[in-house]
Design a binder for this molecule. Sequence first.
Ligand code: ADP
Ligand code: MG
Length: 257
Amino acid sequence: MGKIIAITNQKGGVGKTTTSINLAASFSTMKRNVMLIDLDPQGNATTGSGINKSQIQYSSNQVLCNEISIKDALIKTSGGFDLLATSQELIVAEMQLLQLPEREKHLKTILDSVATNYDYILIDCPPSLSILTVNALVAADSVLIPIQCEYFALEGLSGLLSTVEQIRNSINPKLHIEGLLRTMYDGRNRLALDVSSQLLAHFPERVYRTVIPRNVRLAEAPSHGIPVLHYDEKSQGALAYLALAGEILRRSEKIEV
Ligand SMILES: Nc1ncnc2c1ncn2[C@@H]1O[C@H](COP(=O)(O)OP(=O)(O)O)[C@@H](O)[C@H]1O
Ligand SMILES: [Mg+2]
């Protein structure tokens, strides 16, 4: 049974999508079977994986509305992982979800049918605590939280952690924090250093040792529709996401990689 990781933070622009695409590609390079679910109606993970949103035949919208099976909707990407793509129509699915009796569990039920085919299923969440994010948190085994080390970062984090706790105490007892990831990190910046040391002090076990630096290659790669590993494999960004994948594998599979 594959491990399902929701990549979430209700703040926008913190590196959720960048982490989703590049972690998916890094796991694929390490010979793991990976599915990436784009659960943000903006569809940035879809475009960044090289899929033209206007040309997708089936998307997460139809899957969530039970119009087609997830197996028929998955697209093989050049990054080596399978993608459940998204278009703006996901907003329609979001409204339909609200009318279902078991609306929080819908994605979980869908993923139960395919999870055994994958080692990792990553979910790129929207920047809100909407019903889509709740579906991701109910389906997931764990939560990976990208954090940009700046002033309001910690404030948003406590709200997110209490949401995770609420879901753990109610619908999904196995949900745990996979890890807190420092993104767009610039060690010359005093504030970044301060926030980073506060994170380490509060969550010593949960903060990844791997830090994702601010790296222009990471920002450029999506416009070419490829993960940074295939755009510039020697860049600091590519190396950082490979290191993160290695750290997660070591922690969860308890093997030397
Ligand atoms: N480590 C990084 N270095 C430089 N730019 C980055 C980095 N991570 C993300 N970006 C850029 O910052 C912006 C926001 O990142 P994104 O992953 O889309 O965040 P989110 O999904 O949380 O909204 C994007 O333009 C992205 O290319
Ligand atoms: Mg995003």
